[in-house]
Design a protein around this ligand. Structure first.
Ligand SMILES: Cc1cc2nc3c(=O)[nH]c(=O)nc-3n(C[C@H](O)[C@H](O)[C@H](O)COP(=O)(O)OP(=O)(O)OC[C@H]3O[C@@H](n4cnc5c(N)ncnc54)[C@H](O)[C@@H]3O)c2cc1C
Length: 436
């Protein structure tokens, strides 16, 4: 039986593998049996569809190849052109297309290792997970030829990326976008994609005096505003025509308290990460979204950006909000992500109610999949976009952080480590105990 099936070969799914690779633990783990199941024909994920820059520094992507324990199969990647290109962004923000190429290159090298020493299922769709009475799991898959089969393992890691639930989320009590009239609506996931930006360009150019309404106040919302302003269609937008309608002010990342002070940003004691002294390390806006906020908020050494304003959604009446949405040339709901899940069945064949399927966070302690009753499944894990893993205080992060930590660096380091260790603890338990 395999040690684990990793379902989804994006940056999240590769997290525990890359963590192990950095510490010289990967070859032994592969020899114990790890299968990766991925719908696409390659490993590395889907970031290349976005037409924007990363909000993580290039250096954070290079770290995983710089580790001393890297296996010989991965070491040559350090000297390849993609790593050199990424190194040019060590202290700046690379385009996501480059991050995607880089992750795919790592994915190709890992795919070769998996295929040689363990198991790799590309162009394969995972369908469902079945828990077995002996504590093992079975993952039902459909291969490229349409043939169905089952992978049996001690554990499974669900890493299928995220999706946006924007139609039915409540904007005000009893009001969802599904009940609103809109001329054009484009969720942020689409708006930030290359195709979505082209579409938005056209809409902006023809907007006349109608507002462009961005709903939400975190990374995605500010990134959308920043990306729209770079479009040719935004040139003729009037003062205040892009409106970010938010429930609360975003938090902003600073490398230390002095940098925040220099930027006239008020730091609460709970905003500071005790491990790194960074301000809003987990939840703060970074990169382009952060610069957008700085321009709107007219921080020192920025050129103010009058075309974008922020408004507090709470101050609008329900009727006022409905009217504003109807008036807008384009509405961009930017409410973040929830993890994509697979149906999970217990040993008796009954479908389990996963917390993520009800709109809640996907995982609890040790990144184990949460059920709607608050318990977790001992040998099912979740990682990647939208999982909502709450970092324990030992990993640092600001005490005020109450959002989601969606970061490749975290998947390849702290969160990858948590899952790797939990999987290995399970392998040392008698199988029946896993089901207890
Ligand atoms: C616009 C945007 C910008 C971001 N920028 C950054 C950034 O700058 N820095 C950063 O650290 N993080 C960033 N993130 C957050 C996050 O780290 C990335 O989204 C990351 O790509 C998530 O990886 P993932 O593996 O969870 O998802 P994905 O990359 O989407 O991978 C999921 C994989 O699962 C596969 N899959 C799905 N369903 C099935 C199935 N049934 N069977 C088999 N395979 C399946 C998919 O094909 C895909 O390859 C950003 C997110 C967004 C949305």
């Amino acid at each position: 039986m395999l040690s684990s099936v990793i379902i989804g070969g994006g940056p999240g799914g590769l997290g525990p593998i890359l963590w192990a690779a950095q510490r010289g633990l990967l070859p032994t783990w592969l020899d114990r049996g790890v299968a990766v199941v991925e719908r696409q024909a390659h490993l590395g994920g889907t970031l290349g569809r976005f037409g924007i820059k990363s909000d993580s520094l290039g250096g954070s992507y290079l770290e995983c190849l710089e580790a001393a324990g890297l296996p010989p199969e991965l070491k040559p990647l350090r000297d390849e052109p993609l790593a050199h290109e990424m190194a040019q962004y060590r202290d700046s923000f690379p385009p996501l297309v480059l991050v995607d190429d880089y992750m795919r290159r790592i994915g190709t090298a890992l795919a070769a290792m998996l295929a040689e020493r363990s198991a790799l299922h590309l162009s394969t769709e995972a369908r469902a997970i079945h828990l077995r009475r002996d504590g093992s799991v079975e993952v039902g898959i459909t291969g490229p030829d349409g043939r169905e089969s089952v992978l049996a393992a001690c554990s499974a890691v669900v890493a299928l990326g995220g999706r946006q639930r924007w139609m039915h989320g409540e904007l005000k009590p009893g009001l969802a976008l599904a009940n609103c009239q809109m001329r054009h609506v484009m969720p942020s996931d689409r708006a930030l994609s290359t195709a979505g930006l082209n579409e938005a360009d056209q809409i902006l150019a023809e907007a006349g005096r109608r507002p462009i309404l961005i709903l939400g106040g975190s990374h995605s919302a500010y990134s959308v505003a920043g990306a729209f302003l770079e479009l040719p269609g935004a040139e003729r937008l009037a003062k205040g025509q892009i409106v970010i309608l938010q429930r609360r002010e975003p938090r902003i990342f600073y490398p230390d308290q002095q940098a925040a002070l220099d930027d006239l940003y008020d730091v609460a004691p709970g905003d500071v990460c005790p491990r790194t002294q960074r301000v809003n390390r987990m939840g703060g806006l970074r990169g382009f979204g952060r610069e957008m906020w700085r321009q709107i908020a007219e921080r020192p050494r920025t050129t103010p950006e009058p075309r974008v304003v922020t408004m507090d959604m709470q101050r609008l009446s329900t009727a006022g909000l409905v009217a504003m949405i109807a008036e807008a040339a384009l509405v961009v709901p930017s409410f973040g992500y929830r993890s994509v899940m697979l149906p999970v069945f217990d040993a008796g064949g009954a479908r389990l109610a996963l917390n993520a399927e009800l709109g809640g966070v996907a995982v609890g302690e040790q990144s184990r999949l949460l059920l709607s009753d608050g318990t977790s499944v001992p040998n099912l894990f979740g990682i990647g976009l939208g999982t909502g893993y709450k970092l324990p205080s030992s990993m640092g992060g600001e005490p005020n952080f109450d959002g989601q930590a969606n970061s490749l660096w975290l998947y390849h380091n702290d969160i990858g480590a948590i899952i790797y260790r939990a999987i290995h603890e399970l392998m040392h338990q008698p199988t029946a105990a896993v089901a207890a």
